[in-house]
Ligand binder design. Structure first.
Ligand SMILES: Cc1cc2nc3c(=O)[nH]c(=O)nc-3n(C[C@H](O)[C@H](O)[C@H](O)COP(=O)(O)OP(=O)(O)OC[C@H]3O[C@@H](n4cnc5c(N)ncnc54)[C@H](O)[C@@H]3O)c2cc1C
Length: 402
């Protein structure tokens, strides 16, 4: 892996991360943590994860590549190393996943110096949780169709509208939001803002229940929310450009943001193999069944292909189109996660009907939950169909879909 290519400074930082994580890995909580940040529901879960993120930030493992003036570490290409080491260390994921992965790089690229200094340090330390208000009941894949309006009123803006599927809004202090400021042009009529969510007059957050039975996302209603103009991000009418920055990071096509932690792909595959060795099929371990071994090998080959694709994307001479590999990331990862969970369901057989809370459920019901959750991954941040359209149009040069 990339360790071999580390500069002396990066190698030193990697060793520092390893040592720090070995000494500071938190003990398992005495309550259940959900599988990912966007399923965090209880105050207990929030507190545990926010404290962990704060500790990582104070140790220099978060915001590594951001300038020091806005609370960052002032380094270059250190975040990817911290993320790799966090993932290998089998430690909890970061709660502020939308803040770190989307809001922070968008603010860095489009915000004023005052906005960067005001928002980024508290975002990194998880004192403020962030959410993303893009999708609406009538605007998902067709993001430019958003209708939530922002109307200028002197030095203020008045926001009215309805956002939906807003992950983490139930804990969030701030939302990055795409609003319509003019109906003259679909794209140039959009402007991007930062809006207060917590206890703000004119904002209602209503949790939604997912197929998993858990909450995690919400609908957010705005009725005459008043915000000052200094919460506008970039120029009036430039919202679509700013939103494209957010989406490049959200879909993993741009590097340098986000945070590691949580389960790596290798760990998921190891857990799948362990499950196959434990579960019985025709009187023997499922692992003995050649069809199961074949399915697992195919998944492992795809995971390795993605890893090698990630390395290849960094070598200009090996890429025929600069965005061919980066733009595939979201599609490939979400579909691989879904297929890993589907093979686990097949291995479990009838046991797959035992869910969380059933003491006889293999792996405490982890796999059926992962299987149900995996459908969300292929929808969130742009559906698989939309990702294929983007690859077809931008990389292969196929005609634009209507
Ligand atoms: C777990 C989860 C978390 C989410 N978190 C957030 C969040 O924090 N903030 C936020 O703003 N949004 C969030 N979303 C919303 C997400 O971005 C949208 O669900 C997604 O963009 C799809 O929009 P839609 O649901 O309106 O579906 P639609 O756009 O109505 O699509 C319906 C179906 O039509 C297909 N389709 C649509 N257009 C095309 C086309 N041109 N070509 C081919 N097929 C097409 C789609 O692939 C899909 O199968 C989240 C969603 C999920 C599942």
């Amino acid at each position: 892996m990339s360790q071999k290519k580390d500069t002396p400074e990066q190698a030193e930082f990697r060793q520092y991360c390893r040592n720090w994580l070995a000494e500071n890995r938190p003990g398992p909580p005495n309550f259940r943590l959900p599988q990912g940040a966007i399923e965090v529901m209880t105050e207990q879960q929030r507190e545990y994860l926010a404290a962990w993120q704060k500790k990582c930030y104070e140790a220099g493992l978060i915001g590594c590549d951001y300038p020091k003036e806005c609370g960052g570490g002032g380094h270059t290409n250190f975040q990817a190393i911290a993320n790799q080491e966090l993932s290998h260390a089998d430690v909890p994921y970061m709660l502020n996943v939308i803040g770190l992965g989307m809001a922070a790089p968008t603010i860095l690229n489009h915000g004023t110096d005052e906005q960067k200094a005001r928002f980024l340090p508290r975002l990194f330390s998880c004192e403020d949780v962030w959410c993303q208000g893009f999708s609406e009941p009538g605007a998902g894949s067709d993001l430019a169709g958003v209708q939530t309006s922002a109307v200028r009123d002197g030095d203020n803006w008045i926001i009215n509208g309805h956002k939906v599927w807003t992950s983490l809004a139930h804990f969030a202090s701030w939302m990055i939001i795409l609003c319509r400021t003019s109906s003259d042009d679909k794209y140039k009529g959009l402007t991007y803002f930062i809006v207060p969510i917590k206890d703000a007059e004119g904002v209602t957050v209503r949790p939604l229940i997912k197929i998993t039975g858990e909450t995690g996302f919400n609908e957010v209603l705005f009725e005459d929310l008043v915000i000052p103009d200094n919460l506008r991000l970039d120029d009036v009418g430039k919202g679509w450009t700013v939103a494209m920055t957010t989406l490049l990071y959200e879909r993993g096509a741009a590097e340098g943001a986000g945070a590691g932690g949580g389960m790596s792909m290798d760990e998921r595959l190891s857990n799948l193999i362990a499950l196959a060795k434990r579960m019985k099929r025709g009187g023997k371990a499922a692992w003995e069944d050649p069809t199961i071994r074949d399915s697992i090998m195919k998944l492992a080959v795809r995971a390795e292909g993605m890893r090698q694709g990630g390395r290849r994307a960094k070598v200009e001479a090996l890429t025929d189109h600069p965005m061919r590999l980066p733009l595939q990331g979201k599609l490939l990862v979400s579909e691989l996660l879904q297929d890993i969970a589907a093979v686990a369901m097949e291995i479990e057989g009838a046991h797959a009907s035992l869910y969380l809370g059933d003491e006889k459920a293999p792996d405490e019901g982890h796999w059926p939950l992962a299987y149900l959750n995996s459908y969300g991954f292929t929808i969130a941040a742009g559906t698989s169909e939309v990702q294929k359209n983007i690859l077809g149009e931008r990389v292969l040069g196929l005609p634009k879909s209507k």
